[in-house]
Write a protein of this length. Structure first.
Length: 149
């Protein structure tokens, strides 16, 4: 399923790094940056998370809540948050249900080998839960600028 700007963002329930149940619908009335990334503590994902961390005040002033999501475990997310001092929650989508709802679990290819993995994609969701923007060509070191442009 391919999501498009103007559609309602699929609601979901998944646990964050603390094991707390997070629902997208809990954030109605707030703008949400829901960013999907491949793996905790890898160079590109760290650059992306740190760019969002370094610009977190500007994102908050613009009214955004930031939620990262990958297929890593809660424990992996907690280590990543602690190591990089991330001020936002990371969602553990270990069963890939959220990835599948958002169309971000895709076939990838590296060195001629095909495998399934996360398409680095960011969904900007408005206060009513509608997708305002989809960023599928994420620049990890300039991600906040892409969002706040």
């Amino acid at each position: 399923m391919t999501l498009e700007v103007g559609q309602k963002a699929p609601d979901f329930e998944a646990k964050n790094e603390k094991g707390e149940l997070i629902k997208l619908s809990d954030y109605r009335g707030k703008k949400v940056i829901l960013y999907f990334y491949p793996k905790d503590s890898t160079p590109g994902c760290t650059a992306q998370a740190c760019n969002l961390r370094d610009n977190y005040d500007a994102l908050q002033k613009a009214g955004y809540v930031v939620l990262g999501i990958s297929s890593d475990s809660e424990k992996s997310h907690q280590k990543f948050i602690d190591k990089q001092a991330l001020p936002f929650s990371l969602i553990a989508d270990t069963d890939l249900k959220v990835h599948e709802a958002y169309g971000t679990w895709v076939e990838k290819s590296m060195y001629g080998r095909k495998y399934m993995g996360t398409a680095r994609t960011t969904f900007v969701i408005d206060e009513e839960g509608t997708i305002e923007e989809i960023i599928d060509k994420v620049k990890t070191k300039e991600h906040t600028a892409q969002i706040l442009k």
